[in-house]
Each structure stands twice: as C-alpha cells, then as structure tokens.
Design a protein around this ligand. Structure first.
Ligand code: FES
Ligand SMILES: [Fe+2]
Length: 408
C-alpha cells in the first residue's frame, strides 16, 4: 500500500529512535555452551551412513502386514510400495512414485489381474515395475522405460526385507534367523515400533549390559547387582559376538515375603548381525532366542522389528502366548525407547563419548560399523575403552556376594 498523503513516512518517524540506538554500547554476543557433537557436519555423516546402509538388506514390514493391496514403507529416505501381485506369490517392492506424474503408487489399488493401478490415471504396473497398460492410449505400444523402479525384496523370519542396490553392490546376504527359518521353533513376531533415533543407537542400547540393573528394575533388571564383570567380545566377519551371565529378575513372578522377585542366572549370548540385526539367546531364559532388527527408515530414524522363538525341546510344541510376551516386552522397550530417543547427538558418529571396559560390546560394534564405512573416513578412530581398575577391597553386602557366587 502507498504511504498516505500528509502522514509522516515510517523512515522519518523512526529517525529519533535510530539515533538513540547509536549511542548505546555494543552488547557482545553471548557464548552459549556447545554440546559435544553438535555442529558436526550432519550432512556428511548422513551421506556416509546412508551410502553404507544401502548395501544391506533391511526389513521394511512384517509379512502379515503386506497383503494383496499396496502398503507404503520407507527405507533410508526412499519411499517404497509393497504389494502382492498374485495372492499366493511373493512380495513386490517398487519405489513409491508413479513414473507418469509422481503420485504415490501406494495410494492405488491392485486389480483383479494382480496389477498395481495408479490412483491418478489408472496406469497398470506389473510386479517388476513395468507399465503394462495406459488406459488413455490402449492401442499404443508402451516403451520399456515406462516403469516404476523395482527394489529387490524377499521374505524370511516373518518379515519382508528390501535391498536398495543390485546384487553386484550388495555387501552381504540377508541375515538368517535359523530357529525360525530352518528349525521351525514356535515363535512370536512382535509389534512394529517407529523410533526417532538412529538405528545404530538402538542396536547399541540393546547390547548394552551396563544399563539392565539401572533402567529395568521393574522388569528383568536386578538393582542389587550393578557391577559388570569383564566379558569376551569377538568380531567374526559380518558378526560381533559376546556372552554374559546376568542375574536377571523374573519380570512375571510375584514378590516374595521380602518384597523381592526371584532371581535366576541368565546366560545371554549376543550375535550382532551387522549392521543392525541382533540374535540374542537367553533373552527369555534357557531355550529362548530373540531377534531384533532395526531398520533405518532414514539416517536418523528407525523402524524396530522383533521376534522371539522358543525351543520346543524345552518349552513344548504349543503356540507362543504372543499377547503375554508382547505385554512384557512393551514394558521393557518403553524405557529403552525413551532413553535412546533422548540421546544427543542423534548421529552416533558425531559423538565424542567416553568408554569404559564394560562398554566393550558397544565399542566393538562401533568399530565394526566404521570398518564398514558407516562413518566418514575423516573422523578420528573410536577410542579404546579405559581399562577398569581393580575393585578396591571393601566389605560387600551379603546379597550381592551370594548372587555373584551363584552366577559363577
Ligand atoms: S500419475 Fe500415475 S498414472 Fe498418472
Ligand atoms: Fe534396555
């Protein structure tokens, strides 16, 4: 709007104030504290992370959740559409973007001939992504280049997996979980969770022995045994392995007359399937195995999948009580999620954190990820954990002594 005739111009009206400001002493800019890791080159970190992770298979959905009709998913920032071209056949995964005008194909429908039809102009796509019908020009040949981009997909262990690169660029085969895939142990596929955290942070938390007694006292954590004894860790090709004996509390048992729930030694055997899968024997006691796979939906977010399987020789052939298992696991996942989502910096390799000897598995995991290219090569190496000094000789409380003896 032009200035009203006769009214003082805004510039003239502000002149005295400007003069006043010029007389004030300059105020120095405050120096705010900078959190360790903040200000790192996040774009470079995400590029390295994404480029490395793209060479692996990751779960994108549970098999039971992918039916005939299309379903959207996300992997490393790439939107995907998952669907079953023929009801009895496998899963097809395409980049979720119609080559005609960019509409998400997941908003379309699968027709009676098992072809995915776009919601906008009803072009039809086959399972390999080729466009096989353009209803607006039914008599014209469709060039081969008219296609939605196919993404390799496979099913196993109750999950749909996808790999964004072709086989020649693949870093390793999809990890297998033999108790489910080969041995047919009764199992439960848990509810999917979306966390606002980097996948590597979640894996490290799942393998972090030192937090059990601190963060999980209302389930399996034993608040009377916080000490973590030295434990062996081995890197072996695509896996990192460790074992630990933990005096876990039974999360389902009622407290005894002393108010405590019973404690039983748990022999935990970890096998990290690099980069983001973990096989854990003993999670639910002897004869049990838990699989947790963290899928990087983006470089800084994850979708968590978990399954638990039970040796029929120990637990019988009956079905797993999935509802009860889910209820317990929900109580364990909740504090883990709260902690991991609160960690800063979000990006693991932006962190300049200290390590102690009891962090050995996490440190070995970070080293393995670096070896595989998940951190920019310009970053300094992961420091060696500080050896834990010998414990001072001091009287130890009676319950802890008896528990430790029981463990060993
Ligand atoms: S946008 Fe998909 S058919 Fe036109
Ligand atoms: Fe935990």
């Amino acid at each position: 709007m032009p200035p009203t005739a006769g009214a003082p111009s805004p510039r003239a009206a502000s002149a005295p104030r400007l003069a006043l400001v010029r007389t004030l002493p300059a105020v120095p800019a405050p120096r705010l504290p900078v959190l360790p890791g903040e200000g790192a080159d996040d774009a470079a970190l995400d590029r390295a992370f994404t480029a490395a992770a793209a060479r692996y298979w990751h779960p994108v959905a549970r098999s039971v959740d992918v039916r005939r009709q299309p379903r959207a998913a996300m992997l490393l920032g790439v939107p995907l559409v998952l669907w079953r071209p023929v009801a009895s056949n496998g899963v097809s995964a395409l980049v979720d973007q119609c080559p005609h005008r960019g509409v998400p194909l997941s908003s379309g429908t699968v027709d009676e001939d098992g072809r995915l039809r776009c919601a906008y102009h009803a072009w039809a796509f086959a399972g390999d992504g080729r466009c096989v019908e353009v209803p607006q020009q039914p008599d014209r040949r469709i060039p081969d280049v008219v296609a939605a981009r196919r993404v390799r997909a496979a099913e196993g262990a109750g999950l749909v997996w996808a790999c964004l690169v072709e086989a020649a660029d693949e870093a390793r085969a999809r990890p297998r979980f033999p108790e489910i895939e080969d041995r047919g142990w009764p199992h439960h596929v848990g509810a999917v969770q979306d966390w606002s955290a980097q996948a590597a942070r979640q894996v490290e938390n799942f393998c972090d022995i030192g937090h059990f007694s601190v963060l999980h006292p209302d389930t399996f954590g034993n608040p009377r045994v916080r000490t973590v004894d030295p434990y062996p860790v081995h890197r072996d090709g695509d896996t990192v392995r460790a074992e630990y004996h933990y005096p876990a509390v039974d999360p389902l048992a009622a407290p005894g007359p002393d108010g405590r729930r019973p404690v039983g030694e748990t022999h935990l055997r970890y096998r990290i399937e690099l980069p983001f899968g973990v096989w854990l024997a003993g999670a639910h006691g002897p004869g049990s195995v838990m699989f947790v796979v963290s899928a990087p939906t983006t470089a800084t977010t994850l979708r968590l999948f978990w399954m638990s399987a039970f040796d029929p020789a120990v637990h019988g052939d009956g079905p797993v009580d999935g509802a009860a298992l889910q209820a317990v696991e929900d109580r364990i996942w909740a504090p883990d999620r709260r902690i991991v989502e609160s960690q800063r910096p979000v990006r693991l390799f932006a962190a300049n954190e200290v390590h102690r000897a009891f962090d050995a598995l996490g440190v070995a995991y970070r080293r393995a990820l670096r070896d595989l290219g998940f951190a920019p090569s310009t970053l300094p190496p992961t420091p060696t954990p500080t050896p834990t000094p010998p414990a001072p000789t001091r009287p130890t409380s009676a319950p802890r002594v008896s528990l430790v003896r029981h463990m060993r």
